[in-house]
Design a binder for this molecule. Structure first.
Ligand SMILES: Nc1nc2c(c(=O)[nH]1)N[C@H]1C(S)=C(S)[C@@H](COP(=O)(O)O)O[C@H]1N2
Ligand SMILES: [Mo]
Length: 366
């Protein structure tokens, strides 16, 4: 027997095929953030989305070390206590999974079936990575830093430790942190206890959890997780690597929900539509909202942000007197002019689907 006998190849769902037990298993482990929690500037602990490819390692913070080695002058082996004794910074950062929106693509790539909820914002505490790399002294020919987690598994037949890389200038950004805390407590096991990388602005896959090793290498790292996170049409395409988070606005579902359909129910009258918007490329400069399925869009008011990497609140008063069915959506635009497409071009991994959330609303008779 070989690993390819136990590990399924990637596939897209057949026409009309519902989510299967394999996807349900992933969805039950890797939960999303209930969208009503977007009322909070900072996502309450335990409600931030989760995405873990393999198992959550059982880790001992007392003996944990991160090795910084490879093409460096002085390899470092650093304990948690040594990291905590360095410059400590706390930053509010919105993180989103590159697969957010996947389940809405047609045909559906079979994987973690996110609708819209693979996002969260926490205050992360740690120390900047750059000074550690400077202390180790990168050789002139270093191209990539490879970050490896303690989790191990097999994916599409390839046995691996979860590993991702960053180019030197990206790794040296002062925003890039090694973090041991979130929302004022130690990282919970599922978010990377005792140590993870945090790459603000990038899709979540870059922020390696359970970080064990940072290796400096002189050729671009093309490990499994680098190739997996790319926009491609066919498995054999090279594809375009995913990096920063594309702009997205989400609506806090208004009114109250039906249990099964989660359709929203509203009484006629004055309502305040609210939500959050973010982009890993630049500040969000506009959010527009439609209540008629996209026939007309109105500019929302923008709230303050908890910093460059944190999502931004938005609001729009909505007076609705006419009973009936409505479809509410929002779309964000950032300072680079990037916005959300009306129709998302399909890709095989189901990544970066930022076509607008469609919130079905029924307004009752008075
Ligand atoms: N070691 C390791 N790091 C990882 C992952 C993983 O499976 N193993 N998943 C990545 C992905 S795809 C995402 S979206 C984020 C999710 O972080 P969270 O679970 O803390 O929300 O972690 C990233 N870091
Ligand atoms: Mo992810």
């Amino acid at each position: 027997m070989s690993l390819s006998d136990v590990s399924l190849p990637s596939r897209v769902a057949d026409e009309g095929e519902s989510v299967g037990f394999d996807e349900l298993g992933l969805a039950a482990r890797n939960h999303g953030m209930p969208l009503e929690l977007m009322h909070h500037d900072v996502t309450p602990l335990g409600a931030h989305y989760l995405l873990t490819h393999y198992d959550i390692p059982f880790a001992d913070a007392g003996t944990w070390r991160v090795e910084i080695d490879g093409l460096v002058d002085t390899p470092l082996s650093v304990s948690l206590d040594e990291l905590r004794a360095r410059r400590v910074v706390t930053r509010t950062v919105t993180m989103e999974c590159a697969g957010n929106g996947r389940a809405r693509l047609l045909p559906r790539p079979v994987s973690q079936p996110w609708l819209h909820e693979a996002v969260g914002t926490m205050t992360w505490t740690g120390t900047p990575l750059a000074p550690l790399l400077e202390e180790a002294g990168l050789s002139d020919d270093v191209v990539d830093l490879v970050f490896t987690g303690a989790d191990h598994g097999v994916e599409r037949g390839v046995e691996q430790d979860y590993a991702r890389s960053l180019r030197v200038p990206e790794a040296m950004r002062e925003d890039v942190l090694l973090v041991w805390g979130c929302n004022g407590v130690d990282l919970p096991p599922q978010h990377g206890f005792p140590l993870r990388l945090l790459v603000p602005g990038w899709y979540g896959m870059a922020s390696v959890k359970w970080l064990r090793r940072v290796e400096a290498v002189d050729t671009p790292f093309d490990g499994y997780q680098m190739r997996a996170y790319a926009l491609r049409q066919r498995p054999e395409d090279e594809g375009e690597a995913l990096t920063r988070i594309a702009p997205r606005a989400l609506v806090i579902p208004p009114g109250f929900p039906d249990f099964m359909s989660r359709r929203r129910v509203l009484r006629p009258g004055r309502h305040l539509l609210q939500g959050r918007a973010w982009s890993g490329w630049a500040e969000v400069t506009a959010v527009e909202v439609t209540v008629d399925g996209g026939a007309s869009w109105s500019p929302a008011g923008l709230g303050s942000t908890g910093g460059r990497w944190a999502w931004r609140g938005w609001t729009l008063p909505w007076e609705v007197t006419e009973p009936g069915s409505y479809v509410v959506s929002a779309r964000a635009t950032d300072a680079t002019g990037r916005t959300q497409p009306a129709e998302q071009p399909w890709n095989r991994g189901g990544f970066a689907n930022t076509s607008s959330q469609l919130v079905d609303v029924t307004v009752l008779s008075a």
